[in-house]
Ligand binder design. Structure first.
Ligand code: SF4
Length: 196
């Protein structure tokens, strides 16, 4: 049963005695107009900035709503010929990535066998990563590999001592750069979460 927002307000006024939103949904009422109205209120005074979902090569169009210099909403761009307003679950969660009080914004380090996280500077973390990558690569780099079955020797120039694992929130361009960097180091274990 589809109803307009006005119709919904009338019904909910009459049925206010004890009907919760979940109950209305159970009765088969379509709450989409009400949800859409709440969304409208949230973005009414916001500036709409067209953008592209950062996550994968599909390149779905997004609209980012900005108010007072802050992102207040991100949704699919209906004008995009790629996605026509739709976003996959990952793209639809972009707002939660950008605006999230649980997001960790400082470097946290847990030393081997420690049960505590320590706050560190970004420079410290970058130096540590560079030093450890260099040390591990120097110790594990293999120039050639001999096939034990045939005795044939091949140039491989790789290291099996380092692996790269990209997370779900690493975007397309970051994954591209990570892949380039890792290949240049001779890393062969390279993986990332998104590969649509
Ligand atoms: S992650 Fe989803 S929404 Fe984003 S570009 Fe890829 S398919 Fe589109």
């Amino acid at each position: 049963m589809d109803i307009s927002r006005r119709g919904f307000l009338k019904i909910s006024g009459g049925a206010a005695a004890g009907l919760a939103m979940g109950g209305l949904t159970d009765l088969g009422l379509n709450l989409n107009p009400v949800i859409a109205h709440a969304q409208e209120l949230r973005i009414r005074k916001a500036k709409a900035v067209p953008s592209v979902c950062p996550y994968c090569a599909v390149g779905c169009g997004q609209i980012i709503h900005v108010q007072d210099g802050k992102i207040v909403n991100i949704e699919g761009n209906p004008d995009s010929p790629v996605n026509q307003g739709n976003l996959c679950p990952k793209g639809a969660a972009t707002y939660q990535l950008a605006v999230n009080p649980l997001r960790i914004t400082k470097v946290l380090y847990r030393a081997p066998r420690s049960d505590k996280w320590e706050e560190k500077s970004l420079d410290w973390a970058m130096d540590q990563i560079a030093q450890r990558v260099k040390k591990t690569r120097d110790e594990t780099f293999v120039r050639t590999w001999k096939n034990p079955a045939t005795g044939e020797e091949k140039v491989v120039n790789h290291t099996l001592g380092i692996a790269s694992l990209g997370g779900a929130t690493i975007d397309n361009e970051e994954n591209y750069l990570i892949k380039k960097l890792m290949c240049s180091l001779g890393v062969v274990y390279i993986e990332n979460q998104a590969r649509i």
